[in-house]
Design a protein around this ligand. Structure first.
Ligand SMILES: [Cu+2]
Length: 349
């Protein structure tokens, strides 16, 4: 029995040593075996994965350590007769190696579940942060930012901002996956799935489809750019400007530059109202009249003193090109025309 104890001690020491070396290697080299970690959610997932690898290292060492030890310590020697005494069941050991792994697996399942609901809450999903609607199709991706009415084929995200993704599919099942963010979520036709990602470093990544969806599956990629929050705002503004119709753009400019003196609802302010302005006949101070057309508006903006409306002070400042480009002026004219004709609805704000 004394010999048995000695063997057990030595084998246990070997298992301990192997576990320590492997666990050290897991921590030391983990980063080399996974993609760059670029989101807060990814940090949680990596922590759990590392813990699992350490447990795996232990069980690997347990099996391999005892086996190796037995192979060397109990190898057959020339002077030894036949086999040793047979060993039959040992209930405490069998119960032990059933119950302990069971507890470990349940514990890991519980930890995984906690991380899962922290990353992707089931109910009362918070709507704070940025919302991005992802649409998957054979074979590509489209990203819509409903808060800004912007649609893009590149996924641009501000760093350190919690982003809620609403994921849809136009045709078959796809799966939204950016390996650096770790999180993955299926795009299922007829359903809206969702997930959350908080990018934590700027850089360029790639969205991949992680569900075999047809011949072009391998090419179903889209660029991801994580940028600073200021860069994101600039990008959104640019996209919004590109998306606006001339009338919308004109309306914004008028709101910005003109509505302090002109009204849209017929009210008389410092200057005449813009209500019904296009094509209206205006009486001028010098007794003549003029019909408001493009040329007249252009002149009124660039050189307001040229013609003064009767009954109003010559109080309008000129808007030279460095304040209002020709393009801006065209947009203003387009707006005033559409507004007069009733084809432009003032957006509610
Ligand atoms: Cu796909």
């Amino acid at each position: 029995m004394n010999g048995m104890k000695k063997h057990l001690l030595r084998a246990t020491a070997l298992v301990g040593l192997l576990t320590a070396v492997l666990a050290w290697a897991v921590y030391r080299y983990f980063d080399r075996f996974v993609p760059l970690q670029a989101s807060d959610e990814g940090a949680q997932i990596d922590r759990l994965l590392r813990l699992e690898f350490v447990l795996i290292a232990f069980f690997f060492a347990l099996v391999v350590g005892f086996t190796l030890y037995a192979v060397f310590a109990f190898r057959s020697r020339p002077d030894e007769p036949g086999e040793g005494a047979p060993i039959h069941g040992w209930t405490p050991l069998e119960l032990g190696w059933t119950i302990i792994p069971l507890l470990i697996v349940v514990w890991l399942g519980w930890k995984g579940y906690q991380d899962y609901i922290r990353i992707r809450p089931f109910s009362f999903a918070p709507r704070e942060g940025l919302l991005v609607q992802v649409e998957a199709f054979q074979f590509g991706w489209s990203f819509r930012y409903p808060q800004y009415q912007v649609t893009s084929s590149t996924l641009v995200l501000p760093v350190d901002t919690k982003v809620r993704f609403e994921i849809r599919s136009r045709d078959v099942i796809h799966s939204f996956w950016v390996p650096e963010f770790r999180v993955k979520e299926d795009a299922v036709p007829g359903r809206v799935t969702y997930t959350f990602i908080t990018p934590k470093r700027t850089g360029e990544f790639t969205v991949r489809c992680a569900e075999l969806c047809g011949a072009g599956h391998a090419f179903m990629r889209a660029p991801v750019q994580v940028v600073t929050q200021e860069e994101f705002q600039t990008w959104v503004q640019q996209q919004m400007a590109q998306n606006l119709s001339p009338e919308e753009k004109g309306y914004r400019l008028v709101k910005q530059f003109c509505l302090s003196c002109h009204s849209l609802d017929g009210t008389r302010k410092v200057g005449p109202t813009f209500q019904g302005i296009f094509g209206r006949e205006t009486a001028l101070q010098d007794g003549s009249t003029v019909v408001v057309d493009e040329a007249y508006i252009r002149e009124s903006v660039r050189n307001p003193q040229a013609k003064i409306v009767a009954g109003f002070p010559p109080a309008m400042p000129p808007f030279p090109e460095d304040r209002l480009s020709d393009e801006d002026l065209d947009a203003i004219i387009a707006f005033l025309k559409a507004f007069t004709e009733g084809t432009f609805q003032i957006p509610e704000e």
